[in-house]
Design a protein around this ligand. Structure first.
Ligand code: M6R
Length: 630
């Protein structure tokens, strides 16, 4: 059976049409979406006057700032435009492959992948269509334009808009893939057209026009009422109109508006030098928000979940749990395996989403699949969710974006309340995921007759404890800076500290580009110990938990080989302080909450090291925030 292939690019789209000058709005929007991709950028602007002379296009290789610098002299009066920031998939990131792409009358930006682009391109080339780029995007633009010309030739009574809409429908019926596109037709000034097939497109009606984007972060500074364009509808907007038209029935509708509680200040740096640092410091609040209204309010000890009955049924019948995710979210899943197995006594398997669908997982009565994702749009995770949904087993998501595809397509949704996370390296979303997973597993444990009062009490104290850790942030940043000349950095831990070690290594490698590896401390002697010499740093997680004595033995093994040890343990632990070169003491907490506290210094170590190396902390090279390609 084919479960659908999710191939999306991670680009950012913005469009505006209205009374204001479009360029500043588009550029501001691109800046906010740059985390989605930053290898080239472009915009196209036009005026509501039916002459093609009133059209200008500018594209640049490199980040959005290059486009801003290159476009100072253009677009001073144009009030309609589309813009794009790219994460290259088809074609190198140069000016020619940057969006928008123009094909005759059609100027288009695109987020996604056209899977059968090569076949369509070949057909079009065969009949004389000339291409200027290597992208799949241009194929879509050329196809719409090709059909528009044919349709107008065969029915000269048709007006331009009807011809464009028919051409769009025809093109969509030929194109395979998952995408969102936004385009203008130069002969229909002032109008923008958008469709989505698996990649989000959000629109908002402003007082003096309309704003469209691939992500609400470009819209929120202007308005908090948005419409998530559904599949199967064409968005058609101009200064006064804001409507959708059904692709099959042609029925025109007023888009369904949703009010967002994300505000503009949530997507600003608010005085912090980077978004990542701001997000690290937001963690006490984020954890408090994630727990808010969930902690038990009566003697029963039951956590409070939306749709409580459905939640209870789901977990009462659960026999086997698969937790599936990618990257940092996968590390949250790995940590949660320890929670669910200890407290809930449910057999829990954890999978990297890109592997899950190819390993023929066993689905049977009582199987529950939980997917974890910050963005809610990660292609591999979505594919895993689709597989589970098709198999008919119960699904749930732990997700930070309630309007995302993953939140909407999972049977049950446990929201994290981290707010928009802009830094490409995930921090606050991870602590929010661990918080909700800890609460959930504790609660399922309670349902099955197992309580862990210490972890429950420590959960309620978490915001306070994280706050205390953050007071030492400068020290952690300085220790991190000292690691800048390391050739390799190792992270080790046992039990719940093993996935946290993996997360520490991921933060370090993605921010600093220094090879960094995480291991289960007990595995060191089975190979990785060969790395150890006096020039190698080993960050060791050793809280006073059930694995403490064993981890100390591993530390001794490292010390005997001259390794440079940075130890993260419990405040006042003199034993570990003596055998390490640097010691970071964390507040004593419980088994379930210690992983959440332990990741905070690791985030700051990576931050300090990346800062000392002069890295682009919010936008590390080659990465993008929302990984929507398989
Ligand atoms: O949005 P998701 O949580 O599904 O994203 C998963 C990973 O792409 C993400 O966690 C990635 O590993 C981060 N860059 C890590 O900092």
């Amino acid at each position: 059976m084919h479960y659908g292939t999710l191939f999306l690019t991670m680009c950012g789209i913005v469009g505006y049409t209205g009374k204001q000058q479009a360029k500043p709005i588009l550029l501001e929007g691109l800046k906010r979406l740059e985390y989605r991709g930053y290898d080239s950028a472009g915009l196209a602007l036009s005026s509501p006057s039916p002459t093609i002379q009133n059209f200008v296009i500018q594209r640049n290789a490199g980040p959005v700032q290059g486009l801003i610098d290159a476009s100072t002299k253009i677009g001073l009066s144009e009030t309609t435009g589309i813009a794009h920031t790219r994460w290259a998939t088809h074609g190198v990131p140069n000016e020619t492959n940057a969006h928008p792409h123009r094909a005759g009358n059609i100027v288009l930006v695109h987020n996604g992948i056209i899977e059968n682009y090569a076949q369509i391109k070949e057909k079009l080339q065969h009949i004389g269509v000339q291409f200027s780029s290597q992208t799949d995007t241009e194929v879509f633009a050329q196809l719409i334009e090709f059909h528009r010309v044919q349709i107008l030739k065969s029915d000269t009574t048709l007006n331009e808009e009807d011809a464009v809409l028919r051409a769009l429908k025809k093109a969509m019926s030929e194109v395979d893939g998952h995408y969102a596109i936004l385009f203008m037709a130069l002969t229909i000034p002032g109008k923008l057209f958008g469709v989505q097939n698996g990649a989000p497109l959000v629109a908002s009606k402003l007082k003096d026009g309309c704003l469209i984007a691939s992500d609400i972060q470009a819209i929120i500074p202007y308005h908090n009422e948005v419409c998530f364009l559904p599949k199967g509808e064409i968005l058609i907007v101009d200064e006064n109109h804001f409507e959708t038209r059904n692709l099959k029935t042609d029925k025109v509708s007023v888009p369904k508006i949703e009010r967002m509680d994300w505000t503009a200040d949530k997507v600003e740096k608010n005085g912090f030098e980077t978004f990542m640092l701001k997000e690290i410091f937001q963690q006490p609040l984020v954890v408090a928000d994630t727990l808010s209204g969930r902690l038990p309010s009566d003697e029963s000890g039951a956590f409070i979940w939306d749709h409580f009955k459905a939640h209870e049924v789901l977990w009462k019948n659960a026999k086997r749990l698969y937790l599936v995710a990618c990257g940092t979210s996968y590390h949250a899943a790995m940590t949660a395996k320890y929670f669910f197995e200890k407290w809930a006594r449910i057999d829990c398997q954890v999978d990297i989403a890109s592997e899950f669908r190819y390993r023929h997982p066993v689905f049977e009565t009582g199987t529950v699949v939980g997917v974890i994702s910050q963005s809610g749009e990660t292609a591999d995770t979505l594919a895993a969710l689709a597989l589970a949904n098709q198999a008919g087993v119960s699904t749930f998501s732990i997700c930070n974006v309630p309007s995302s595809t993953i939140s909407r397509e999972s049977g049950f949704h446990y929201p994290t309340m981290a707010g928009p996370e802009i830094g490409v390296a995930s921090t606050k979303a991870f602590t929010a995921q661990l918080t909700i997973l800890c609460a959930l597993a504790l609660d399922v444990g309670r349902l099955r007759g197992n309580d862990d009062l210490a972890s429950f009490q420590a959960l309620a104290r978490l915001p306070h404890d994280i706050d205390r850790i953050l007071k030492q942030s400068e020290t952690f940043i300085q220790i991190g800076a000292k690691l800048k000349d390391q050739k390799i950095i190792l992270f080790v831990g046992r039990g719940t500290m093993y996935p946290i070690a993996l997360e520490g290594a991921l933060k370090m490698k993605e921010l600093t580009y220094i090879p960094s590896e995480g291991f289960a401390a007990g595995e060191l002697k089975h190979g990785p110990i060969a790395y150890i010499d006096p020039n190698v740093t080993i960050v060791t997680l050793a809280p006073r938990d059930e694995c403490y004595a064993k981890t100390i033995s591993n530390l001794e093994e490292i010390r005997a080989r001259g390794g440079h040890i940075v130890a993260i343990g419990t405040e006042g632990d003199e034993e570990i302080k003596k055998i390490s070169h640097e010691f970071i003491g964390l507040p004593a907490s419980a088994w379930g909450t210690m992983p959440i506290l332990s990741v905070i210094p690791l985030q700051l170590l990576a931050y300090g090291c990346a800062k000392a190396l002069g890295r682009n902390i919010d936008k590390p090279r080659n990465l993008a925030k929302s990984v929507t390609v398989e």
